[in-house]
Ligand binder design. Structure first.
Ligand code: NAD
Length: 311
């Protein structure tokens, strides 16, 4: 594989080759970007290697000559530990050559995103947060939506790379604003999925057919993504996870995580957001139980079960 630098394609280090990061790194490679990848899980490394990513044995080796360092980790703690070094290991900030840009695509707290961006700037780098929506299917197809928090110049610099991995790239403001957009969007999504699911269970109890309710609401003021794309009952939208026993989709645990990030932001700002907080409680319970391995639209089954004994 040719990993020599080109005028247009920066050398990328990609850390975190999991469900999302793995296919994102592969799409960069397919577009001719020289990518060196690392993950702490050997199976993730192997899968990336099998799909053309040059993989190495340590994060320090991955960033050794990187111009852009992309991270795609489970949480803000992982990002901060990787940037600064944990357990005595050298952090990415210390191991990366001067002039590089740090691009974190993980979904993390707004304050954590601002903190790690500041750490990168203090070390002489530029930084951006660019969380995504679109799930594993979007990561594989290169159709993710990127929500970017970065100064204008950094945004312009990373835009071509994001265009390779995504279909939509929105500059949301300075550091942390990508995370802010992501968290606000997913709070709407969590609340609306609970509302759509409650409405379907109410319709069932009232004797209204799923399809009839769908035909009305999908063209009326209740229309939303949770109904028309990720419909929580099988039938009306054949591609929704409900038609496949709520597999695979956007997991209940990920929805719970994102709603908890929203609750942190709600508490930090003092906003009255009772629906968002309630949705977090509902999804925390769901992901601790049946929802751990299900698409988040599986919440309808919990609502139906909870309603079964009532009247
Ligand atoms: P994942 O757990 O599949 O992948 C994360 C990877 O990071 C794992 O392979 C893990 O081994 C690796 N990792 C952790 N610490 C590391 C370190 N120090 N160095 C190298 N690798 C390390 O998670 P995912 O589903 O790919 O999600 C990644 C991020 O994207 C999360 O923040 C998630 O909230 C967000 N996200 C996920 C989805 C989705 O549908 N899965 C959708 C949108 C956003």
């Amino acid at each position: 594989m040719n990993t020599s630098p080109t005028a247009t394609q920066p050398r990328v280090a990609f850390l975190g080759l999991g469900h999302m990061g793995g296919p994102m790194a592969v799409n960069l490679v397919r577009a001719g970007v020289p990518v060196t990848g690392f993950d702490v899980v050997p199976a993730a490394l192997e899968a990336a290697r099998a799909n053309g990513v040059t993989v190495v044995d340590s994060p320090q080796e991955a960033v050794r000559d990187a111009q852009v360092v992309i991270t795609m980790f489970p949480s803000g703690r992982h990002v901060k530990d990787a940037y600064t070094g944990a357990d005595g290991a050298q952090g990415l900030l210390a191991a990366t050559p001067a002039g590089a840009t740090f691009l974190d695509c993980s979904t993390i707290n707004i304050s954590e995103a601002q903190e790690v961006a500041q750490l990168a700037r203090d070390a002489g780098f530029t930084a951006a947060d660019a969380p995504v929506s679109g799930g594993v299917v979007g990561a594989q197809a290169g159709t993710l939506a990127f929500m970017v928090g970065a100064p204008d110049g950094v945004f312009r610099e990373i835009h071509p790379l994001l265009d390779i991995m995504g279909a939509r790239v929105v500059h949301c403001g300075d550091s942390g604003m990508g995370q802010a957009a992501k968290i606000c969007n997913n709070m709407i999504l969590g609340v609306s999925m609970v509302a759509v699911s409650e409405a379907f269970v109410l319709a069932e109890k009232l004797g209204l057919e799923h399809q009839a309710m769908y035909d009305v609401v999908s063209k009326a003021s209740g229309q939303c993504w949770a109904l028309t794309t990720n419909c929580p009952v099988p039938g009306p939208v054949p591609t929704s996870p409900a038609n496949n026993d709520y597999q695979p989709g956007f997991g209940g645990a990920l929805m719970s995580k994102d709603l908890n990030l929203a609750v942190t932001a709600i508490e930090q700002t003092g906003v009255t957001a009772r629906m968002g907080q309630l949705a977090a409680e509902i999804y925390n319970e769901f992901s601790d139980g049946a929802g751990a391995g299900q698409d988040f639209s599986g919440i309808i089954n919990t609502i139906r079960e909870d309603s079964a004994g009532n009247r």
